[in-house]
Design a protein around this ligand. Structure first.
Ligand code: ADQ
Length: 469
């Protein structure tokens, strides 16, 4: 029995820290990202614990305290990483939840590992939650935790937030595990989705696939045969807006932004893309559009430069090796065909950067290209908008969650290469007044709806759920 129990327990696939080496010894370092900042803000006035995998295979390190939070590592064996994480989560669920951009693979062994790991998370959450406490489960890797936890601890409030889209029922029903996933989620009191459309997809799946088990859907509440009610609604995630606004305004970041432009030969137009190297992000489509614009002479390689940051991701999976090969081949072809000596048209950066460097790239860029084929939200779009108040331009795919909020962006359908090319040119050539008008409206939106606001909204919805429509 652990020493302490906690009012709020976060369960996520990963802990909010990474192992790092400092002065020859191994230490935990806080991982970057808005989620950690948001959780800090909601945990400051309650006892909080976070359970998740440490990122290393084998036995789990002992629980420890960091930044006022109790961190409880969950063990994953090498086989479980392969089957639960790389297999079921990223080989089965990820493609189905992202419109099957690549085919999904199903293996019974993966599904069994997923259930086993979800059970482990549920057991630890059950041990750590205080009487009547709150457990907030995150994302597609842990969809069975709500039901498993409710069986162990009927007294706790259980919420789940989906960081990625929830697919239309026609795609969701391909999953051999579909009923178990829905029943797993229905163990929660409140389910938060990025968009209303995602919550509607979930409710439709319940009605269509579990309707004969006397599951009823009324408004946004799903009621199961045993009388339990679960509310499913939209709570769009955001970023630590003030943190980005302040960082972008620092002299160091401003100077670095000017330096980046100078290093690229002070181009007239600097375009930027920042993505995990994932097939959902539409990097291939973006490069195709840019390559054609150069080939047709509609973009001038001396005056227009493009930086593509492509963060390494899931590199052991074949689909990710394939997208990396494709992207690197295309970048090198564009540069081979169009770059002047000493000033590549496309600067390709396949690595991680500190927050300050990311902010400097956002500040430096005249046009941000965010063109996913499907994305739950896309925080990069919001970070760029936070870093600019009345300059810059955002080209944004209609298939991101962010597009429902950032309506003044230059919206595009990345599948339509011809129109995407026109949209990129429109963003490049827009008058400063038009850019300022669009950017000011979007900047206000992300200032009002930041990640702290999101976390508070989620916890309020959870505390008051289910609420009849
Ligand atoms: P992701 O698919 O990882 O998140 P995204 O929302 O764009 O995508 O967040 C990526 C974050 O990583 C951003 O904060 C970005 O600045 C940062 N980042 C990217 N490349 C980096 C690099 N090279 N160095 C340092 N930082 C880098 C999932 C879903 C999204 C959803 C989020 C949050 O797929 O749709 O928006 O969760 O819910």
């Amino acid at each position: 029995m652990p020493r302490d129990r906690f009012d709020l327990v976060i369960a996520a696939n990963r802990l909010p820290v990474d192992r790092a080496r400092e002065g020859g010894r191994s230490v935990w370092r806080r991982s970057p990202g808005g989620l950690v900042t948001a959780m800090e803000s909601v945990m400051s006035d309650r006892d909080g614990a976070w359970i998740g995998w440490s990122g290393v295979a084998g036995r789990a390190p002992a629980p420890f305290e960091q930044d006022g939070m109790h961190l409880h590592p969950i063990a994953l064996s090498a086989d479980e990483i392969r089957d639960y994480y790389e297999g079921f989560s990223n080989g089965s669920l990820w493609p189905i939840y992202h419109d099957v951009i690549v085919p999904a693979t199903f293996k019974r062994r993966w599904q069994a590992a997923y259930e086993q790991v979800n059970q482990r998370f549920a057991e630890i959450a059950a041990e750590l939650a205080a009487d009547g406490g709150t457990v907030w489960v995150h994302d597609y890797q842990l969809q069975q935790v709500p039901r498993l936890l409710r069986e162990l601890r009927p007294d706790v409030r259980i919420g789940w937030f989906n960081h990625i889209p929830f697919p239309p029922v026609e795609l969701f029903m391909q999953l051999p595990a579909r009923d178990g996933l829905l029943r797993g989620l229905l163990g929660a009191d409140f389910l938060g989705f990025q968009r209303l459309a995602d919550a509607q997809n979930f409710r439709r799946a319940c009605r269509q696939l579990l309707g004969d088990e006397q599951v009823t859907v009324r408004g946004d509440v799903v009621r199961t045969a045993d009388g339990h009610e679960c509310r499913a609604a939209a709570v769009p995630i955001s970023i630590d807006t003030r943190g980005m606004v302040e960082l972008a305004a620092t002299p160091a970041v401003q100077e670095r932004a000017a330096e980046i432009r100078a290093q690229l030969g002070d181009p007239e137009h600097l375009l930027l893309g920042v993505d995990r190297l994932d097939y959902t992000k539409g990097i291939r489509h973006r490069l195709k559009a840019l390559e054609e614009l150069h080939r047709e002479g509609r973009l001038d390689a001396d005056r227009t430069k493009f930086i593509q940051v492509a963060t390494p991701s899931r590199e052991r999976l074949e689909a990710y090796q394939q997208i990396r090969d494709d992207v690197e081949r295309t970048v090198s072809r564009i540069n081979g065909d169009h770059s002047p000596i000493g000033a590549p048209t496309v600067t390709y950066l396949h690595r991680s950067f500190p927050r300050e460097e990311m902010a400097a790239m956002f500040v430096a860029a005249d046009v941000m290209l965010v063109t996913p084929l499907r994305d739950g939200m896309n925080l990069v779009a919001k970070e760029y908008v936070a870093a600019h108040d009345d300059s810059g331009a955002l080209v944004l795919s209609e298939f991101t969650g962010a597009a429902t909020e950032l309506k003044q962006a230059f919206l595009c359908n990345p599948h339509d290469i011809a129109r995407t090319k026109q949209t990129i040119l429109r963003a490049i050539d827009a008058e400063p007044r038009e850019r300022a008008r669009r950017m000011r409206a979007m900047h206000r939106q992300v200032l009002r709806h930041d990640v702290q606001h999101w976390a508070e909204q989620f916890l309020t919805d959870l505390a008051t759920a289910p609420r009849q429509p």
